[in-house]
Ligand binder design. Structure first.
Ligand code: SF4
Length: 200
């Protein structure tokens, strides 16, 4: 399992289960989402035994950025995931900030008539880590902070509900990526039970 994509609560439970102090979870969480490490060894205040245990139980992988197309105030990204599937993300520069439209699935089963992604049936849903990685990689590539997230790329977010909610918790967490709730937009083609669940 990829360690990017873990919430603070999930990391705290993990540390409790391996009989380590809960505060270590906060330290690891900070290394991941604030300092954005790419190797477990980069966590300089974490003792070697814990790093070895983390390496045993988790991995750090990122999608591969394979293409960027630039337009006027728009950057379109193509990523290759670990199973060689492709997803896209689009950055739009606005006067109020920088918004990133992310993919939540590889392909989509909703079949909206106007949509090319809908013609490619769903291959699988993205993990929380694969969604978080799109933000981290693009912020690094542009050397700018993304201020707004829109889940309106490939896929129906409410057909990947649990992973999308985990992703939102991580990016909304002030100790994590820290994007305000009012700056996160979830788009849906209209899955009513999930809209009700989300509203709740
Ligand atoms: S839900 Fe979105 S991605 Fe899926 S077919 Fe409709 S418009 Fe396309």
């Amino acid at each position: 399992m990829d360690i990017y994509g873990m919430t603070l609560t999930q990391l705290e439970t993990y540390f409790e289960n391996i009989n380590e102090k809960k505060f270590k979870a906060s330290q690891v969480y900070d290394w991941l989402y604030k300092k954005r490490i790419t190797s477990f060894e980069d966590m300089s205040n974490i003792k070697k035994e814990i790093i070895d245990k983390l390496k045993e139980d988790y991995k750090i992988t990122f999608p591969k950025l394979i293409l960027r197309q630039d337009g006027k105030g728009v950057y379109k990204y193509l990523f290759e995931l670990s199973d060689k599937s492709n997803v896209e993300a689009v950055v739009m520069i606005h006067d109020y900030g920088i918004s990133l439209c992310l993919s939540t699935q590889v392909g989509c089963n909703m079949g909206c008539a106007f949509c090319e992604s809908g013609r490619r049936k769903k291959k699988r849903s993205l993990t929380p880590g694969e969604m978080v990685s799109q933000i981290l990689l693009i912020e690094k590539d542009l050397d700018k902070r993304i201020s707004h997230i829109v889940l309106m790329g490939i896929g129906e977010p409410f057909d990947n509900y649990d992973n999308v909610m985990t992703f939102i918790r991580i990016i909304n967490d002030g100790k994590g990526i820290d994007i305000g709730a009012r700056h996160i937009t979830v788009s849906t083609c209209g899955i009513v039970p999930k809209i009700r669940q989300f509203a709740g």
